[in-house]
Ligand binder design. Structure first.
Ligand SMILES: [Zn+2]
Length: 96
Protein backbone atom coordinates (compact mmCIF):
# COMPACT_ATOMS: atom_id res chain seq x y z
CA UNK A 1 0.00 0.00 0.00
CA UNK A 2 1.57 3.24 -1.06
CA UNK A 3 -0.81 6.14 -0.78
CA UNK A 4 0.03 9.65 0.49
CA UNK A 5 -2.23 9.10 3.51
CA UNK A 6 -0.46 5.86 4.35
CA UNK A 7 2.93 7.56 4.00
CA UNK A 8 1.70 10.25 6.42
CA UNK A 9 0.63 7.55 8.89
CA UNK A 10 4.08 5.96 8.65
CA UNK A 11 5.71 9.34 9.35
CA UNK A 12 3.51 9.83 12.43
CA UNK A 13 4.36 6.39 13.74
CA UNK A 14 8.09 6.94 13.12
CA UNK A 15 7.95 10.21 15.04
CA UNK A 16 5.97 8.64 17.89
CA UNK A 17 8.47 5.78 18.07
CA UNK A 18 11.40 8.22 18.16
CA UNK A 19 9.81 10.29 20.95
CA UNK A 20 8.95 7.13 22.90
CA UNK A 21 12.56 5.98 22.52
CA UNK A 22 13.88 9.33 23.75
CA UNK A 23 11.59 8.98 26.78
CA UNK A 24 13.05 5.65 27.78
CA UNK A 25 15.26 6.48 30.76
CA UNK A 26 16.57 3.80 33.05
CA UNK A 27 14.03 1.06 33.56
CA UNK A 28 10.68 2.84 33.79
CA UNK A 29 8.54 -0.10 32.77
CA UNK A 30 5.59 1.87 31.50
CA UNK A 31 7.80 3.93 29.18
CA UNK A 32 9.55 0.80 27.94
CA UNK A 33 6.14 -0.71 27.25
CA UNK A 34 5.02 2.45 25.48
CA UNK A 35 8.09 2.31 23.27
CA UNK A 36 7.60 -1.37 22.52
CA UNK A 37 3.95 -0.85 21.55
CA UNK A 38 4.81 2.12 19.34
CA UNK A 39 7.65 0.22 17.66
CA UNK A 40 5.33 -2.77 17.10
CA UNK A 41 2.73 -0.49 15.48
CA UNK A 42 5.42 1.02 13.25
CA UNK A 43 6.67 -2.43 12.20
CA UNK A 44 3.11 -3.59 11.48
CA UNK A 45 2.52 -0.52 9.30
CA UNK A 46 5.81 -1.08 7.48
CA UNK A 47 4.88 -4.71 6.83
CA UNK A 48 1.53 -3.56 5.50
CA UNK A 49 3.30 -1.30 3.03
CA UNK A 50 5.76 -4.03 1.98
CA UNK A 51 2.93 -6.52 1.63
CA UNK A 52 2.12 -9.69 3.50
CA UNK A 53 3.56 -13.00 2.26
CA UNK A 54 1.20 -14.91 -0.02
CA UNK A 55 -0.59 -17.74 1.82
CA UNK A 56 -0.24 -19.96 -1.25
CA UNK A 57 1.76 -23.20 -0.90
CA UNK A 58 5.41 -22.70 -1.91
CA UNK A 59 4.82 -19.15 -3.10
CA UNK A 60 7.40 -16.57 -2.15
CA UNK A 61 5.58 -13.51 -3.48
CA UNK A 62 4.06 -10.80 -1.36
CA UNK A 63 0.54 -9.44 -1.52
CA UNK A 64 0.37 -5.67 -1.33
CA UNK A 65 -2.71 -4.25 0.37
CA UNK A 66 -4.75 -2.10 -1.98
CA UNK A 67 -6.08 0.00 0.89
CA UNK A 68 -9.67 -1.11 0.37
CA UNK A 69 -11.53 -3.90 2.16
CA UNK A 70 -10.13 -7.10 3.58
CA UNK A 71 -6.50 -7.73 2.59
CA UNK A 72 -6.05 -10.50 0.01
CA UNK A 73 -4.39 -13.70 1.28
CA UNK A 74 -3.14 -14.88 -2.10
CA UNK A 75 -1.15 -13.15 -4.82
CA UNK A 76 -3.13 -14.79 -7.63
CA UNK A 77 -6.09 -16.99 -8.49
CA UNK A 78 -3.58 -19.78 -9.18
CA UNK A 79 -2.28 -19.66 -5.58
CA UNK A 80 -5.81 -19.55 -4.19
CA UNK A 81 -6.81 -22.56 -6.29
CA UNK A 82 -3.70 -24.51 -5.27
CA UNK A 83 -4.39 -23.82 -1.59
CA UNK A 84 -8.03 -24.93 -1.98
CA UNK A 85 -6.89 -28.09 -3.78
CA UNK A 86 -4.42 -28.92 -1.00
CA UNK A 87 -6.99 -28.27 1.71
CA UNK A 88 -9.47 -30.56 -0.07
CA UNK A 89 -6.86 -33.33 -0.39
CA UNK A 90 -5.94 -32.87 3.29
CA UNK A 91 -9.58 -33.29 4.31
CA UNK A 92 -9.79 -36.35 2.03
CA UNK A 93 -6.79 -38.03 3.66
CA UNK A 94 -8.06 -37.26 7.17
CA UNK A 95 -11.37 -38.93 6.37
CA UNK A 96 -9.87 -42.23 5.19
ZN1 LIG B 1 1.14 -16.65 -4.37
Amino acid sequence: MDTPRFAALLDMLREAEAVAWESVHGSDERTLRLHKLTADALRAAERLRAGEPCAGPECGRTVAYSGVGRPARYCSKRCRDRAAYRAARQRESERS
